[in-house]
Design a protein around this ligand. Structure first.
Ligand code: AP5
Ligand code: MG
Length: 213
């Protein structure tokens, strides 16, 4: 099963992808998490990606596409995967489609998590992220058991550099200009499902599970 999570920054793609990955026992592949891990480890890739991420811009396609295609070619992706944050524009979607069709394969579901801008700004302000394992928390909605520490792996939680209010505005604009057209793209392919992301995260999860069957 190959699933794409669509939705604005802060819509809850990562939160849902993580829960789905556990239920269906397939990897959660987030390009944002891969970049953040590289930034933490001080790699060249991380340094390059950071210059774009801190401005709320997309990392160039050639870099992102290579990383994504390498990741999904790994053995653990043979049964399927959940893509979170990729594709993020039409050119990336076309590259993915071509790569899959060479393998006689395709995307099965594109889940679009819909949340209005007002909710998003509130969610991002309170978000805390674990760079080590990709888990996501919220200081009010989803607090960790111990403040500042990841429940799953015990590492310190961070406030993402791109969650500053001035960067969030840019990310929302980039989403509208470049990523939103993917909703029509996947609708035309007959795989799009819209989900109300303003509901409680468990309710959102159950709605998605009902779609996936
Ligand atoms: P990325 O890491 O993908 O960030 P994003 O798309 O901006 O999305 P977020 O991770 O901010 O939000 P989310 O939808 O995962 O929400 P979450 O579950 O955390 O990308 C970051 C940057 O990397 C990009 O700007 C770009 O520079 C670069 N990049 C990444 N991929 C790229 C690509 N393919 N091409 C080019 N560049 C790329 O939830 C948000 C908060 O809300 C959390 O605190 C959570 O606990 C809370 N929450 C979740 N669900 C609920 C709920 N139902 N009710 C209440 N609170 C909730
Ligand atoms: Mg995310």
């Amino acid at each position: 099963m190959k699933i794409i999570m669509l939705g604005a920054p802060g819509a809850g793609k990562g939160t849902q992808a993580e829960m789905l990955a556990e239920k269906y026992d397939i990897p959660h592949v987030s390009t944002g998490d891969i970049f953040r891990m590289n930034i933490k480890n001080g790699t060249e890739l991380g340094m390059e990606a950071k210059t774009y991420m801190d401005k709320g811009l997309l990392v160039p396609d050639e870099l992102t596409v290579r990383i994504l295609l390498d990741r999904v070619a790994k053995d653990d992706c043979k049964k399927g995967y959940i893509l979170d944050g990729f594709p993020r524009n039409i050119p990336q979607a076309n590259v993915l489609e071509e790569a899959l069709s060479k393998l006689g394969d395709k995307i099965d579901y594109a889940i679009n998590v819909e949340v209005p801008d007002e909710n998003i700004i509130r969610r991002m302000g309170g978000r805390r992220a674990c760079v080590a394992c990709g888990a996501t928390y919220h200081i009010e909605n989803v607090p960790p058991k111990k403040e500042g520490i990841c429940d799953k792996c015990g590492q310190e939680l961070i406030l993402r550099d791109d969650d500053k209010p001035e960067t969030v505005g840019n990310r929302l604009q980039v989403y509208k200009d470049q990523t939103q057209p993917l909703i029509d793209f996947y609708s035309t392919k007959g795989v799009l499902h819209n989900v109300d992301g303003t509901k409680d995260m468990k309710e959102v999860f159950e709605t998605i599970v009902a779609i996936l069957g």
